[in-house]
Write a protein of this length. Structure first.
Length: 489
């Protein structure tokens, strides 16, 4: 019965996400017909700066908030946790916003290497902060076992986050500034709606003691956030220096599309994170084997989405972008494996957070940045945007392996390694075959046969490891069609 509830919650999260996940692709289909590779490059660099500043403002509080939510059983304490945490972040945001506005011109010259884009950086900074503030509300709903409310607001945000930028770009002719302004207004609308809803539901409450407990978890993560954003965005900056801003735009479009894989993984986290945390905080004896088995199906479906992007990158670009962005296909194929590997990063991060070893994550991120610079500079200089993608993948494999080993030593999870290896083998070998076929300009029919064979192989593995079964398919169809189970007395 617990498995069916888990499947039901997964579908509640995933089905609307499948719809709203289409919005960014639809938006990109419009953006690429009104914006150039150079425009996307400027936007990507400005967004990188905004994410860096937003990461500092958030102070790692989101992770501390999510962890401590399950620590408290009383609703009053959970309410105080929400308001105290968000109040702290809002104060930091107000201070940071003043300095960002004053030095926006300097930031534009330094990051984008072009003057006149300071306002774009400032608007994107405000946009990312409000989007992150909304995450506290989302986590509250999700962790409180109210997925329908969570899905409603995230779906509305996903819709507004595309419709408003399109309106400003197409009808107001605001260019890339329209993209930033649209995202900011979408975030503000949801932030206001959620704020009003919570104030009606529970009154405001501030507790310094509870805030202090969150800070104990969160403040060691600040260097990780600080360096983590640098690590995530450094490929674009190196590409801008070694190649061109237009190359950054091509890479950014490929990354936006392939990043939907990570979005899918994050959506699944809404289901398995609370499940793992509940097991960890339960009074029963911890079983690493139980958690390992629990996570295997989520891994299978995460890698499955990555496989679809890796195999059909050309088709996705052909349908959803302008012809000038067709060269991004191989970049998407390479990045698909990278984003699939981030499933393990989310789990290793959870292990370290639970053990209160968050300072280790900061050291790991610093190590990753050094590795990124060492690998990305020669590859990007020699091969441009595709070199930056390969560098990201190689760095992800090396740093991910190191993180995995450390996390397992501190807090072991007994993964089903045989199943994990078979799942990733299909993704890696299929991706390599597609890249080789593209390099040698092999006919499309041959490539299509490779893609079909890869999908069949992946489905076969799902059946073999008993993730895809008659029972799971029936349960899926019953939930999908809202068919009620018969009670047996």
């Amino acid at each position: 019965m617990e498995e069916k509830t888990q499947l039901k919650h997964t579908l509640i999260y995933m089905l609307p996400k499948a719809v709203t996940g289409f919005f960014p692709i639809l938006g990109l289909a419009i953006y690429t017909r009104f914006l150039t590779q150079f425009d996307f490059g400027v936007f990507a660099l400005a967004e990188a700066c905004a994410l860096f500043l937003s990461g500092i403002v958030n102070f790692g509080m989101i992770i501390g908030f999510e962890r401590n939510f399950f620590k408290y059983q009383d609703t009053e304490e959970k309410r105080a946790l929400l308001y105290s945490t968000m109040s702290f972040v809002l104060v930091l945001f107000a201070i940071a916003a003043i300095f960002t506005y004053l030095f926006k011109g300097l930031l534009s010259n330094w990051i984008i290497r072009y003057s006149g884009h300071g306002s774009l950086i400032f608007v994107l900074f405000c946009s990312t902060v409000f989007a992150s503030l909304n995450q506290y509300y989302y986590i509250y709903f999700r962790s409180d076992g109210r997925p329908k409310i969570f899905v409603f607001y995230t779906s509305i945000f996903g819709f507004l986050n595309v419709v408003l930028p399109v309106a400003f770009i197409v009808f107001a002719h605001m260019g890339i500034m329209g993209l930033a302004v649209g995202q900011l207004i979408a975030g503000l609308i949801i932030f206001t709606a959620l704020g009003v809803r919570f104030l009606k539901e529970v009154s405001f409450s501030f507790d310094f003691k509870i805030l202090k407990e969150v800070l104990k978890i969160s403040y060691p993560l600040t260097p990780r956030i600080f360096f983590g954003v640098i690590n995530a965005q450094i490929s674009k900056y190196i590409l801008a220096i070694m190649s061109s801003v237009g190359g950054v735009g091509l890479f950014a479009v490929a990354q936006k599309l392939s990043n939907l894989i990570f979005t899918f993984i994050v959506t699944l986290q809404n289901v398995f994170f609370p499940g793992v945390y509940k097991q960890l905080f339960s009074k029963e004896d911890y079983s690493g084997e139980k958690i390992g088995k629990y996570l295997t199906p989520f891994l299978y479906f995460s890698v499955g989405v990555a496989l679809l992007f890796a195999l059909f990158s050309k088709e996705i670009l052909y349908v959803f972008t302008a012809k000038s962005f067709s060269d991004a296909a191989d970049i998407i194929t390479v990045l698909s494996t990278y984003y699939a590997l981030l499933f393990f990063s989310s789990i290793t991060g959870l292990q370290l957070i639970f053990m209160k070893k968050t300072y280790i994550t900061s050291l790991l991120v610093i190590f990753t940045i050094g590795l990124n610079v060492l690998i990305a500079i020669p590859l990007t200089k020699s091969f441009g945007a595709i070199g930056a993608a390969w560098a990201l993948l190689f760095v992800g494999i090396i740093s991910g392996t190191v993180s995995f080993i450390i996390a397992q030593r501190l807090f072991a999870i007994k993964w089903e390694y045989g199943k994990v290896i078979s799942i990733f083998c299909v993704l890696i070998f299929s991706s390599l075959l597609i890249l080789i076929s593209d390099y040698y300009h092999i006919s499309y029919l041959y490539c299509l046969s490779i893609k079909c064979l890869a999908l069949v192989s992946y489905l076969y593995i799902g059946v073999k490891i008993k993730i895809i079964t008659k029972e799971s398919i029936n349960d899926f169809m019953n939930i999908l069609t809202f068919k009620k189970e018969k009670n047996i007395n």
